[in-house]
Design a protein around this ligand. Structure first.
Ligand code: FCB
Length: 449
């Protein structure tokens, strides 16, 4: 008797995938003539990353890419979202392409396709060439132009191998953690610069998208955000409007320019920010992408509070009851449905993908070395169920990518926070499947529950 292997909650063409990022997995920082990125520099500064760790070795994926493809094949996913390290392709951030860098990604993309796995390439997941940071980084306009050149070069060289492109991953982090709080590379702390960076990131995105369309690109191109809409602590109108104001920096600041061609004026005004807009920029930025990727991990709750100079929007986070992951992030699957509904309801309808979702846990192996990561399985199961409710609600959600294939370099947390479906031995590089790997294989095969 034939047993259907299609999860009835999702259409058969729903994409199941996993995501990674270049600096978090590749290692081999000098191989093939790769230039330095801002993360190489940042990691070398004492006190920036836990225990002075860096991505120098990471998962050694630059050399072990075939092992990664074998794991993906076994996992049965339809798509693999990886990122390309700009300094492998343009070591100094501009000029002629470095063949070895392009060849690496071409081999990876073609190797995936040979196994029936669609490559989803992110052009920028935070590893800016250091040479461009030395010339001002994202707060200066030229970086957006350089990004567009780099993107055009990738489309020309790799367009035959890659049909799904993401311009930027979570530009909020690049702008506000990189140039505002300084938690991420390059570690600068200037609020006005973080807004200038935001504008130039969006401009870079728009220029890259334009280059793709002008070059006759036949695939799809979109942007990945980490939008947030905190819950209001009560149904009092002041708390509900505080929650909306709290959403702007991560949500409307990015989606309004893309879909409405304007920035949220009140938000900028409250901070005395004037964006460095040159005539024509908003038209460039507002060319419609083919999809928006939503990275979702957690949801906070806020109440109304007196505005301060630090937080002119007048909201404060409140304590919550939810279980926490090892990141200290609340586990709140309904928040995924809420953010998807918020986006689908407030900006014109576009295909949506969950481009990252996952959880860090301690993952202590048992006596036989088996990693029974039931916390992660519960997290994934509950979030996938929320994704199913989004589909039922009519939200145009087309796919789900788990973060992440394997434990990797978690930015300023070094290797201490593990999100992988697969564990990686830091000394030998050996990969060990966790129980969640087998759970997600079932999901990809249509037996999710
Ligand atoms: C996201 C990043 C990704 C990873 C996860 C845990 O913000 O895009 O690289 O660090 O968080």
């Amino acid at each position: 008797m034939h047993r259907s292997s299609s999860d009835p909650r999702f259409s058969p063409d729903f994409i199941w995938g996993v995501s990674t990022a270049s600096y978090q997995i590749e290692g081999s920082p000098e191989a093939g003539g790769r230039g330095k990125s801002i993360w190489d520099t940042f990691c070398a500064i004492p006190g920036t990353v836990l225990d002075g760790q860096s991505g120098d070795i990471a998962c050694d994926s630059y050399r072990r890419w075939k092992d990664d493809i074998a794991l993906l094949r076994e996992l049965g996913v339809k798509a693999y979202r990886f990122s390309m390290a700009w300094p492998r392709i343009q070591p100094e951030g501009s000029g002629a392409p470095n063949r070895a860098g392009l060849d690496y990604y071409r081999r990876l993309a073609n190797g995936l396709r040979d196994e029936g796995i669609e490559p989803w390439a992110t052009l920028y997941h935070w590893d800016l060439p250091q040479a461009l940071e030395d010339r001002g980084g994202w707060p200066v306009r030229d970086t957006a132009l350089r990004f567009a050149d780099y993107a055009g070069l990738c489309f020309r060289e790799l367009g035959d191998s890659v049909a799904n492109w993401v311009t930027l991953n979570e530009p909020w982090c690049s702008a506000f953690l990189g140039y505002g709080s300084g938690e991420h590379a390059p570690g600068r702390t200037d609020r006005a610069e973080s807004y200038a960076a935001a504008h130039h990131l969006l401009l870079g995105h728009g220029l890259a998208l334009g280059a793709y369309r002008d070059g006759g690109g036949e695939g799809r191109i979109g942007l990945v955000l980490n939008p947030a809409l905190p819950r209001a602590a009560s149904t009092r109108p002041e708390d509900e409007s505080a929650a909306l104001r709290a959403s702007v920096e991560r949500t409307g600041l990015w989606l309004d320019p893309i879909y409405r061609g304007t920035y949220p004026v009140g938000h900028l005004h409250a901070r005395d920010i004037v964006m460095p807009i040159v005539p024509g920029d908003m038209e460039t930025i507002s060319a419609p992408p083919d999809f928006i990727g939503v990275n979702y991990y957690n949801e906070d709750a806020v109440q109304s509070a007196a505005p301060t100079s630090e937080n002119p929007d007048g909201f404060a986070q409140v304590a919550t009851w939810q279980d926490k992951t090892a990141m200290g992030w609340d586990v709140e699957p309904e928040g995924l449905l809420r953010i998807l509904s918020f986006i689908a309801g407030n900006w014109p309808e576009t295909d949506l993908y969950i481009t990252e979702n996952g959880a860090a846990y301690e993952d202590v192996p048992d006596q036989d070395g088996r990693i029974r990561d039931s916390g992660r399985i519960a997290y994934l199961r509950d979030h996938i169920a929320a994704a199913a409710r989004a589909v039922i609600a009519g939200i145009p959600l087309r796919g789900y990518f788990a973060w992440t294939l394997m434990d990797n370099f978690e930015w300023s947390h070094g290797y201490s926070k593990r999100f992988g479906l697969v564990a990686v031995d830091r000394k030998t590089g050996e990969r060990r499947r966790k129980d969640s790997f087998h759970y997600y294989r079932d999901v990809a095969a249509g037996y999710g529950r």
